[in-house]
Ligand binder design. Structure first.
Ligand SMILES: NC(=O)c1ccc[n+]([C@@H]2O[C@H](COP(=O)([O-])OP(=O)(O)OC[C@H]3O[C@@H](n4cnc5c(N)ncnc54)[C@H](OP(=O)(O)O)[C@@H]3O)[C@@H](O)[C@H]2O)c1
Length: 284
């Protein structure tokens, strides 16, 4: 039986992966392992002796990272670097999760493929890019999986996610203003967990894009959340400049997932199907 160490086990993606792995999971939360600390990485993984490692831990505060560069770099760059070294030395498979924010979004309007050159435009994106590059170059048995706009059930009890925020605001306010000029593919961690667990069974190492299919702006996504949840708040579209977030974000970060589809032999559901499933399940 495979024994898979899931790091970031209490986060959105990590908790869905742990749930699917069942008895094969070795869940490691932040109190069990600090990926930015070499001694902590070695002692946790030496103790558990996994046959593969899936890293879902990250510093995910995109705006705060602009003033907390060191914290972002420690978890997003040094952390995956230490895991890559450990997995190389112990001949383990390592799955690491990257982000669509490595692209700058200005160069075109065709979904990005794994061959395209990233150009990170925020501190968060730089830190995540640096981390994935260490995994790609230091650990031969790697799966680096770039994804986008994650929402998962565990956020209901924790830091929240875009869907939970919109549901709350949709109940509290008559009108919501949501950015309409950033296009990407929000992705359900339930679907991403299934893709990652199918991928890690293979020997098809490399870089992958993995999101739900289709694409939308955050405005379109919010409008669909209101419609599916039967909330009456009206949603209006504003520009990125009007919203005025601290960190820059790509205007277009839709990912081409055809490489993943070829290797898995199946395609991720559309973002609408995934959202519908999430909303149905959260009410049970
Ligand atoms: N969320 C998105 O929209 C999005 C988009 C694209 C890519 N991604 C990537 O997808 C992956 C999963 O994201 P997610 O939304 O599931 O994350 P999440 O819910 O924020 O969970 C991340 C987990 O990592 C833990 N953690 C933070 N620093 C750590 C450290 N130094 N050592 C060990 N654990 C640490 C956190 O614990 P504490 O809370 O206790 O600190 C948290 O439980 C990440 O790599 C993320 O960058 C996410």
């Amino acid at each position: 039986m495979m024994r898979v160490a899931v790091i970031g086990a209490k986060g959105q993606l990590g908790s869905d992966i742990v749930a699917r792995l069942g008895a094969q999971a070795i869940p490691l939360g932040h109190s069990d392992i600090d990926i930015s600390d070499a001694a902590s990485v070695a002692s946790a993984l030496d103790r558990e002796r996994p046959s593969a490692v899936i890293n879902c831990a990250a510093y995910n505060f995109v705006d705060k990272a602009e003033s907390e560069r060191d914290a972002a770099m420690l978890t997003n760059r040094r952390g995956p670097g230490l895991l890559a070294d450990y997995c190389r030395e112990h001949d383990l498979k390592l799955v690491h999760v990257g982000t669509d924010y490595v692209y700058d979004g200005r160069t075109g309007k065709i979904p990005w493929t794994e061959q395209d050159d990233p150009l990170p435009i925020s501190t968060y994106a730089l830190s995540k890019y640096a981390g994935e590059q260490l995994v790609l170059t230091h650990c031969p048995r790697h799966f680096v999986v770039r994804t986008c706009g994650l929402y998962g059930r565990n956020a209901m009890h924790g830091k929240g996610n875009f869907v939970e925020t919109m549901l709350r605001l949709g109940r509290e306010r008559p009108e919501l203003r949501v950015v309409g000029d950033q296009r990407c593919t929000p992705t359900s961690t339930a679907n991403l967990a299934s893709a990652i667990l199918d991928l890690v069974k293979t020997e098809e190492y490399g870089l992958y894009h993995a999101t739900n299919s289709g694409s939308c702006s955050w405005f379109e996504f919010a409008s669909e959340i209101m419609r599916m949840a039967s909330l009456r708040a009206t949603v209006s579209s504003i520009t990125t400049a009007e919203y005025g977030a601290r960190a820059r974000r790509p205007s277009f970060s839709v990912l081409d997932c055809s490489k993943l589809e070829r290797v898995l032999g199946w395609k991720m559901p559309t973002w609408q199907e995934a959202l519908g499933r999430y909303l149905t399940e959260r009410n049970h």
